[in-house]
Design a binder for this molecule. Structure first.
Ligand SMILES: [Zn+2]
Length: 378
């Protein structure tokens, strides 16, 4: 019989915490060995990666091609390392998801709504799912509540809309309220989280390799914003993600953190440039609100789709596939709180249910958009 998820998670967490005292050299050696094991597994079991990395099986990571969400979805079955996996089955599973059900009795599934209008589906077996949960358990909160962890469950709820009740309970049991800022993605779990210094977000580099790159996939130096991120998830063997493209703009800190942990710090997250909205600041001037502020609230909403549109005199929130059982008022209040915390003059928020989220001129569903002309917005 399987050990309960929560017990496994706590045991894993204790093991991972020991890595906080590694040197940078130890961390690099661990990354290299983990990457080699991941790639060997992918080349032995994924027809997609055999082909995608043909002639490059021994090449350094930085020479490998970038993997996009569109490619993951297009080559879903052959990218997976379990030959029983069929995208059509996963799609059906996700549409009929009931409580505590795993796909093929084995896989947890997360989905991106995605501003491209195309849903991404991501699979995790038990070991990989523990890895995801562990990424959220890296904040040093143990000292504050003895015997428990105390980091943000809200971050995973916002990124993994298809969490089962069992997982939700596991996280709630392990974590209390939000104490440390985190940066997460549906595909990877948590990417980075604050330590007690609150000087930036430590990239969880023992579980993933993160490259901050420009538009041509060239590395960007610390202190400068990249155009996107390339994430290599070291703990997911079922659906390997190697140099997977995330379109967020982040900046690595130029100096190491004073806490002594070996992991690099992210000290700026802009998200997608076109999704950054600018508002009048409560103390004057203009304040840029990053997309993850909206995602934090909206991705947790019990709806199929959402869109936030900034108008000159208000903020419109459109919801599709949901019912207003008090949800809309709660969302409006939650969004108001998040925006107040950003230090802006919060405009009136109008939440409406619509049959479909309208597509933009390019056919894309934009999750966050502005109808206010602002010089600095693209
Ligand atoms: Zn630190």
């Amino acid at each position: 019989m399987n050990m309960p998820l929560i017990a496994q998670l706590l045991a894993l967490h204790r093991r991972l915490r020991q890595r906080d005292s590694w040197t940078r050299e130890q961390l690099s050696a661990h990354q290299a060995a983990s990457l080699q094991r991941l790639r060997a597994h992918a080349y032995a079991n994924s027809p997609f990666f055999q082909r995608f990395h043909a002639g490059l099986h021994a090449a350094p990571l930085r020479e490998l091609p970038v993997l996009t969400k569109a490619q993951v979805m297009e080559h879903f079955d052959e990218l997976a390392t379990d030959r029983r996996i069929r995208r059509v089955d996963i799609e059906r599973h996700v549409s009929n998801l009931r409580k505590d059900e795993r796909c093929l009795d084995r896989y947890w599934v997360t989905a991106t709504s995605g501003s491209t209008g195309r849903r991404g589906l991501f699979l995790f077996d038990r070991s990989a799912w523990l890895g995801v949960l562990a990424t959220f358990a890296r904040a040093p909160a143990e000292a504050q509540i003895a015997g428990t962890l105390d980091v943000a469950p809200s971050a995973i709820f916002t990124s993994a809309e298809l969490l089962t009740d069992e997982t939700r309970r596991t996280i709630e049991a392990a974590w209390g309220k939000r104490m440390f800022d985190q940066y997460a993605a549906t595909e990877t779990g948590n990417i980075a989280g604050e330590c007690e210094q609150h000087a930036g977000l430590h990239v969880i580099e023992d579980l993933m390799i993160l490259e901050v790159v420009d538009g041509d996939n060239r590395p960007v130096a610390p202190g400068t914003y990249g155009d996107k991120l390339l994430a290599t998830v070291l703990f997911n063997r079922s659906q390997p993600l190697i140099r997977y493209e995330l379109s967020d703009r982040v900046r690595l800190a130029a100096a190491p953190c004073s806490c002594g942990r070996p992991y690099v710090l992210i000290d700026g997250i802009e998200g997608r440039a076109e999704e950054v909205l600018r508002f009048a600041g409560a103390r004057g001037g203009e304040v840029a609100v990053n997309p993850h502020v909206f995602h934090r609230v909206m991705d947790a909403a019990p709806v199929r789709g959402w869109q936030v549109v900034q108008e000159s005199d208000r903020l419109d929130v459109l919801l599709s596939g949901g019912r207003d059982d008090g949800v809309n008022a709660a969302l409006s209040a939650a969004l108001g709180r998040e925006l107040t915390a950003q230090g802006i003059v919060v405009p009136p928020i109008r939440v409406r249910n619509v049959p479909e989220i309208p597509r933009g001129a390019t056919g894309k569903v934009l999750l966050i958009a502005s109808h206010v002309s602002q010089g600095q917005q693209r």
